[in-house]
Design a protein around this ligand. Structure first.
Ligand code: CA
Length: 326
C-alpha cells in the first residue's frame, strides 16, 4: 500500500506519502516504519584482495527473463476463491486477521479487530469501519483486515476482486499482496503488489503499485487510473502475475504493466523479487499518512467496503514453465 510515484498528485502530497504504507508491513514486522532511504540497487563486485585468487563469486542470475509463452493463448483455471455465498463470519478455512491499532506503519487511525467488523451476508463480504472506542489504546475507530497468510499463498496467477468501495474523507480500502516468507528480507526487499487502493479525498481514482528494493514508497512503480463510480457499483480490480511481468487491470481493461526489463537488461531481485509466494490482504483503513493526507471526517460513519468475490486463477502452462526453469 505504498504510495506510488504517480503523475496526478502534487509534490507535497507525495512527500506526505513518502514512507506511507497502509499495511506495507507484513505480520512478521507490524511495527516498523517504512524506510525513507532506498537500498542501493546494486553495488560493484568487490575486487579480490589477492590477484592470485580465482573469483569464486558468481553473479546473481538475472530474473524475469527467458520465459517464452504466448500470452494470448494462456489458459487459466480457478484455484481458489471466496464467493461469499454464505452467511456469518468470513470462512475461517480461508481467512486470518491482522489485528491491532499500531498505525500499521502509516499512522492509520483504526484498530483492526479479529473479524468483528466483517460480516458475510446476501452474497457479499462487508467490512465496516466504525467510530467506537477500543480498549486501552483509546483508538476511536475499528475495522478489519483479512489475510490469507497461514491459509494459502500463491506464486504467479490472476488475482481478482469485485468490490464496491466506500466514499468519504479519510477512507482507504485496499486489495493487495505481500510476500509469504520474505525470502529477500524485510520490507520492501521482498516486494509488495498493490492491486487496488483508493483514498477518499481522491474519489474515483484507483491506484495500483508495486514496491521493491529499488522502487518503493514515493518511488514505487504504479499508476493512478480514473475509474468512474467506484462507490456506486461493483468493479473488478486485478493483477495478472507472470514470471516476467505484472499486468494490472480494472474492469478487464489493462491499466498498468510492471516489466522489470524496462529498468534493467538483467533484472535482479532488487527490481524483481516477485518469484516467491505471496498472500492476499483485504482491508479498510482510516486516516494515516496517505488516507488522511487531506484530513478525515467520521460524520458519515459507519462506512462499508463491499466485496462480491475474491478469485485466484493459475495457468498450468506458466506453472510448468517456471518449474522447468527451476
Ligand atoms: Ca458473491
Amino acid at each position: 500500500m505504498k504510495r506510488t510515484c504517480v503523475i496526478l498528485l502534487a509534490a507535497a502530497l507525495l512527500l506526505t506519502a513518502l514512507g506511507a504504507c497502509a499495511g506495507g508491513q507484513n505480520t512478521s514486522q507490524p511495527e516498523s516504519s517504512a524506510p525513507e532511504s532506498s537500498t542501493p540497487v546494486s553495488s560493484a563486485p568487490a575486487e579480490s584482495e589477492s590477484p592470485k585468487e580465482e573469483p569464486t563469486m558468481t553473479p546473481e542470475p538475472a530474473k524475469a527473463i527467458g520465459y517464452e509463452y504466448d500470452h494470448d493463448t494462456l489458459q487459466y483455471e480457478l484455484v481458489w476463491s471466496d464467493e461469499f455465498d454464505y452467511e456469518g463470519k468470513p470462512d475461517p478455512e480461508k481467512w486470518n486477521y491482522d489485528t491491532g491499532g499500531s498505525g500499521w506503519g502509516n499512522n492509520e487511525l483504526q484498530t483492526y479487530t479479529a473479524g468483528d467488523n466483517a460480516e458475510v451476508t446476501d452474497g457479499k463480504l462487508i467490512i465496516e469501519l466504525r467510530s467506537e472506542p477500543v480498549g486501552e489504546n483509546s483508538k476511536r475507530y475499528t475495522s478489519t483486515r483479512m489475510i490469507t497468510f497461514g491459509k494459502e499463498e500463491w506464486l504467479y496467477g490472476k488475482f481478482e476482486i469485485s468490490a464496491k468501495l466506500p466514499a468519504g474523507l479519510g477512507t482507504w480500502p485496499a486489495f493487495w499482496m505481500m510476500p509469504a516468507h520474505s525470502a529477500y528480507g524485510g520490507w520492501p526487499n521482498s516486494g509488495e503488489i498493490d492491486i487496488m487502493e483508493h483514498v477518499g479525498f481522491d474519489q474515483d481514482v484507483v491506484v495500483q503499485t508495486v514496491h521493491n528494493t529499488a522502487y518503493h514508497a514515493g518511488d514505487g512503480k504504479g499508476k493512478s487510473t480514473p475509474t468512474a463510480g467506484v462507490s456506486e457499483g461493483f468493479h473488478t480490480y486485478a493483477v495478472e502475475w507472470l514470471p516476467d511481468k505484472l499486468i494490472f487491470s480494472i474492469d478487464g481493461e489493462e491499466s498498468f504493466v510492471y516489466d522489470p526489463t524496462e529498468y534493467s537488461d538483467a533484472p535482479t531481485k532488487e527490481i524483481w523479487p516477485y518469484d516467491q509466494p505471496f498472500y492476499l490482504l483485504l482491508n479498510l483503513a482510516f486516516g494515516g499518512n496517505w488516507g488522511g493526507a487531506q484530513g478525515t471526517d467520521d460524520s458519515y460513519f459507519p462506512v462499508q467496503y463491499e466485496v462480491e468475490y475474491v478469485r485466484v486463477y493459475q495457468s498450468p502452462e506458466i506453472t510448468a514453465l517456471t518449474q522447468q526453469a527451476g
